[in-house]
Write a protein that binds this ligand. Structure first.
Ligand code: BDR
Ligand code: CA
Length: 316
């Protein structure tokens, strides 16, 4: 990898999108130039409000662009039934309100302008439904073709989470995912199969809860509630989803990949939004995706905690 990477984050916060941001801030070689927000965990106005509140809390000045409020096709799907109305919940103090506004309401144009103005090819980290990226591809395929790589959290080589077959980010906008997966842009996929190897426990939460200060306290309350998604008492470890893409950026040697042809199921009565991964390449087609298959999980979780605790040091 080059000494410095220019990075764009497309996201739908969501507590784990927030964790990805905190880690990204600590990647000294990543120049984080912008962020686009999409409807996903909650409707767009909620994910946008969450993003602006997060920026306010941490004093970040990275530009925030509002993107798509609806999927390309079909009804809007959120994760509010599991995560609550805000798309994330806390056992402590809520994110304070902000008067900040989005830098623009046209994420696809902002992303395209960023690519056109950069000397270095952009790495896009995508941690929500892929609607904004599909929008940018539809508007200017040539410019999007200059992207170095899209590194996404989404999909799965086996079971889903939002439905038995589909992972949430892909299920929320399968047509957008299909267009991104067929775009020819290099893709790196961190699906559920990988994220289920990165397990957040009570011990990890305890280490954040022990930190002093209002900012760390606020993050700790959300992290605590996130860790309890699977079991109210927190005994069952909770997979880390969105931070996986940033962990790869920070420590690529901790992950193993398999080049694979991947299709998105758009029709299936029970399988809509499924990432159909031809791991044995039965179709003999070109591989469009590098799928993350295996993580050195202990080291990856140590790296996660190191970056998170660093991000929450008072000087940051
Ligand atoms: C993905 O769905 C969202 O709820 C999370 O933020 C993550 O991006 C996991 O399936
Ligand atoms: Ca997300």
């Amino acid at each position: 990898m080059p000494a410095e990477l220019t990075v764009w984050l497309d996201c739908d916060p969501g507590f784990d999108d927030w964790l990805a941001m905190l880690l990204l801030k600590q990647c000294r070689f990543a120049r984080w130039v912008g962020m686009s927000v999409v409807a996903g965990n909650a409707p767009l106005e909620v994910t946008l409000d969450n993003t602006l509140r997060i920026c306010e809390l941490h004093g970040w000045s990275v530009p925030v662009h509002a993107g798509s409020a609806q999927p390309l096709q079909g009804a809007q799907e959120t994760a509010q039934n599991i995560l609550g109305g805000q798309g994330m919940r806390t056992s402590g103090a809520k994110l304070p309100p902000t008067t900040r506004r989005a830098t623009s309401r046209d994420a696809a144009s902002a992303l395209l302008a960023q690519i056109q103005s950069s000397d270095e090819p952009l790495v896009i980290l995508a941690t929500g439904p892929l609607t904004n990226l599909a929008d940018a591809i539809a508007r200017d395929r040539l410019t999007m073709g200059r992207v170095r790589e899209i590194v996404l959290m989404g999909g799965s080589i086996d079971r889903g989470n939002h439905t038995p077959a589909a992972e949430f980010n892909v299920f929320a906008d399968p047509l957008a995912a299909a267009q991104v997966f067929a775009s020819g842009i290099p893709l790196r996929m961190f699906g559920l199969n990988l994220c289920r190897q990165l397990l957040l426990t009570r011990e990890h939460v305890g280490a954040v809860q022990a930190l002093p200060g209002q900012i760390a306290g606020c993050v700790a309350g959300y992290l605590d509630a996130y860790q309890r998604i699977r079991s109210v008492d927190g005994r069952e470890p909770m997979p880390l989803y969105d931070p996986a893409v940033v962990l790869w950026l920070a420590r690529p040697e901790l992950f193993e990949f398999q080049a694979t042809p991947v299709d998105i199921e758009l029709q299936g009565q029970f399988t809509r939004g499924m990432t159909v991964c031809d791991l044995r390449n039965r179709t003999g087609r070109p591989c469009n995706v590098q799928i993350a298959m295996k993580a050195s999980a202990d080291e990856a979780m140590q790296a996660f905690m190191r970056l998170l605790l660093q991000a929450l040091e008072p000087a940051n």
